[in-house]
Write a new protein. Structure first.
Length: 273
């Protein structure tokens, strides 16, 4: 079944705790794929104008009383989780599925604070344009039907991969969760290098931005491996090869990226404690 089929057919209540950028992107995706707005409760102390406007479409915003929801999606900031947990617990019943997109919060912590059967997920910011990639792991007591529902809710903002080992989530966070920042840094530094090579700032910035964005779209649409796409740009002894001799050299991008991802992985492990 497709995600849209799942979302259209949902008959229970979906409570969304936290409707900031990521929570808001998920909610927009759900409604776009046919989820009945009347099925959605949003718990957000500082709703944006866009989120507030959804109340007119039937979304229940900050209701005065809480009732156990079929699914609680937790999208609050990780450092706010334990503080918010006492209030959120009233939305969790014996059969509630808890789906967390909070970085570093373990399934054990979700169970301790909220109860319920838990799915831990790590999305990334391209979810805002429905081009995200989310990795999810389910607790042992999550049913096949609950996992399917979680998959449909997460797939509303892009693609979803499932893993069986929760320990992988720290490295997932380092690669795809934090990864968009690495790509944006590449665009920044490519522009800076262009300026250093003599280009006007506005032109260097546009060239870098469009090159990174266009290359990402080509990678998205192509079935070729990144290495093949790279080789297709590279003529032996040409300008690209000269640059790649630097980027792929002893102090090049490979070692730098390995160290960066290792640092982010280590930090994710610290935050989970």
């Amino acid at each position: 079944m497709t995600a849209s089929h799942h979302l259209r057919d949902i008959t229970g209540t979906i409570a969304l705790a936290g409707a900031g950028k990521m929570g808001g992107a998920m909610l927009t995706g759900w409604l776009a794929q046919g989820l009945d707005p009347g099925r959605v409760v949003v718990i957000e102390p500082s709703p944006s104008a866009d989120i507030s406007a959804l109340a007119a479409k039937g979304v229940r915003l900050n209701p005065a009383t809480a009732h156990a929801a079929d699914t609680l999606v937790v999208a609050v900031k990780p450092q706010m989780f334990r503080e918010a947990g006492a209030e959120l617990k009233s939305w969790v019943g014996d059969t509630t599925l808890v789906v967390s997109i909070m970085a570093g919060i373990t399934i054990a912590s979700l169970r301790e604070v909220l109860g319920g059967a838990a799915v831990r997920a790590m999305p990334n910011t391209p979810a805002a344009i429905r081009r995200g990639i989310t990795v999810a792991v389910a607790a042992a007591d999550v049913s096949v039907a609950q996992r399917g529902l979680a998959d449909a809710l997460l797939r509303a903002t892009g693609s979803v991969e499932w893993v069986d080992d929760e320990a992988l989530m720290d490295a997932v966070t380092a690669v795809s969760g934090s990864g968009p920042a690495y790509i944006f840094l590449l665009a920044e530094e490519l522009a800076r290098a262009g300026i250093a090579a003599g280009l006007p700032e506005a032109l260097a910035t546009k060239l870098a931005r469009e090159t990174v964005a266009g290359s990402g779209e080509l990678l998205h649409r192509s079935e070729l491996a990144p290495a093949i796409l790279r080789q297709n740009v590279t003529s032996p002894g040409g300008t690209t090869a000269a640059a790649l001799d630097v980027l792929m050299g002893e102090d090049g991008l490979q070692g730098l990226m390995i160290r960066a991802v290792a640092a982010a992985t280590a930090r994710s492990k610290q935050l989970a404690k």
